[in-house]
Structure formats: C-alpha cells, structure tokens
Design a protein around this ligand. Structure first.
Ligand code: GTP
Ligand code: MG
Length: 229
C-alpha cells in the first residue's frame, strides 16, 4: 500500500528535519508531506533537507494544512494517509501499529490512543487530559464508537477520507474525521501510541490559554454538529 504521511506544521524548525528523516526511514512510508502553514522560521527549508515534499498553505489553520497535505497525497496516488504532529511528540517508529489494521483489512480508520499507550511525565497538561477524556466520552456516547483519546497520530484509507468531504479547517479537523467515519459505519480501531514532550520550540495549542480554549471550542462544536445531522 502506498502511504503518505502528512505533517501540519507551524514554526517547527527545530523538530521537522529529524522527524521527516525518521518517518522516511520506516519501510511503510512512501512520501512525507509537510504542510507549512505560514511559518516564519526555517520550517520549510528544514523539512526539505530531511527529504519531505513541502507544500505551502498560507491560510492559517490546522485543518487547512491537513487538507492541503491530503490533496497532495491523493494526487500522488496514496492509498493510505497518516497524520502526525510536527513537534516530535509522536514516534515515527510506531507507524506500523497504525498501518497494520489497514494492511490486514480489519479497519478503515486507525487512531493512535495515548491513553492506551504511554504518556511521558509533563507531555500532556491536566486540562488537555481532562478535555480529551470528556470529548472521547461524548463521542463514544453520541456516535456509539469506543474511543479513549483524541490524538493527532492516525491512519486512514484514502478512499474513506475522500468520501468524508472534510470541511473543518481548524482544530475541528481530527474530530470531524472521527465522527463522520463513525456516521458512515466505517471500522474504527484504536492502537496504543506513546506521547512525549515536544522536542523543541513552543506550544501553539495545549500550552497556551488561547490555543487551548480555541481548540476545545472547535472540538466540542464539531462533536455536537455532526451528531445532530
Ligand atoms: N498548520 C497548522 N499547524 C498548527 C497550527 N497550530 C499548531 N500547529 C501544529 O499542530 C501541531 C500541534 O501543535 P502544538 O503546538 O504541538 O500543540 P500541543 O501539542 O497542544 O502543544 P505542546 O504540548 O507544546 O506540544 C504541531 O505540529 C504544530 O506545528 C496552525 O495554526 N496551523
Ligand atoms: Mg504538540
């Protein structure tokens, strides 16, 4: 299966080159696409040095970057698409856990669960842990899927992804993928993944008040939005 890994990135100069190299070192990975979302540091150049295909998405938003990366992946002919954050919090070597259920044909969407895996001390602030628990519980209840985390490390069949017609262009993107897949009756599986403190650089989401409130609002809005349809 041809696999593209998409990395939405905003100012991840210190992390992206090594991340891309380690991703490309995994046998399952065909392409690494870094969707640079208007970084004002050397993210794009560092990603290129690592061997990534870099695309620029000037419209600011996590979902815009994911969507631009997805478009490029589909154009290249990817059959499976993996998403991973650009700050090295997730482990490239664990990608086989995400891809295995797709390869064996037992799932359509595979979610890396940090709750089932290993969260390093200090890697997830308490409000994020609580928010994840709450949104996972709401999702399980509203969509009858058993999920334990709302993490960024996930793998999906390109065919399913295209059928979802993704619309959320900020931090609602991962939630939209989950709830629409559940609505379609897609097979959703969780696998344990580890979660580390970002390797370098500064937090834009969980480590800031503004980022946390905005992300929490988007996640909740999207969770309820598609439940009512
Ligand atoms: N494209 C895009 N990516 C973003 C944006 N904000 C954050 N990111 C990326 O999304 C990922 C998650 O952001 P982080 O800043 O790591 O958020 P976090 O994981 O809650 O915070 P840390 O605990 O510091 O890692 C990283 O890869 C960022 O580069 C954005 O507005 N647009
Ligand atoms: Mg992070």
């Amino acid at each position: 299966m041809k696999t593209a890994v998409i990395v939405p990135a905003l100012n991840e100069e210190g992390n992206i080159e090594l991340l891309v190299r380690q991703l490309l070192a995994q046998v399952e990975v065909t392409w690494v696409i870094v969707a640079d979302n208007g970084s004002d540091d050397g993210t794009a150049a560092a990603a290129e040095r690592g061997g990534a295909l870099v695309i620029s998405e000037p419209r600011r938003g996590y979902g815009y970057a994911c969507a631009a990366g997805t478009e490029a992946a589909v154009r290249l002919g990817a059959e499976t698409v993996v998403y991973i954050d650009g700050d090295f919090s997730s482990s490239p070597a664990e990608i086989d856990r995400l891809l295995e259920p797709l390869h064996t044909g037992t799932a359509d969407l595979v979610l890396g669960s940090r709750t089932l895996g290993q969260i390093d001390p200090g890697a997830m602030p308490p409000h994020q842990l609580f928010g994840n628990k709450l949104s996972s519980w709401l999702m399980s209840w509203l969509y009858q899927v058993k999920v334990t985390d709302l993490g960024p490390y996930r793998a999906i069949r390109a065919e399913l992804l295209l059928s979802l017609q993704m619309q959320e262009m900020s931090f609602g993107w991962p939630t939209e993928m989950m709830v629409k897949s559940a609505r379609q009756g897609a097979r959703i599986v969780e696998v344990p993944v580890s979660w580390r403190v970002r390797r370098s650089g500064s937090s834009k989401v969980g480590g800031t008040v503004r980022g946390s409130i905005f992300a929490a609002y988007q996640i909740m809005r999207v969770t309820f939005r598609y439940a009512l349809k």
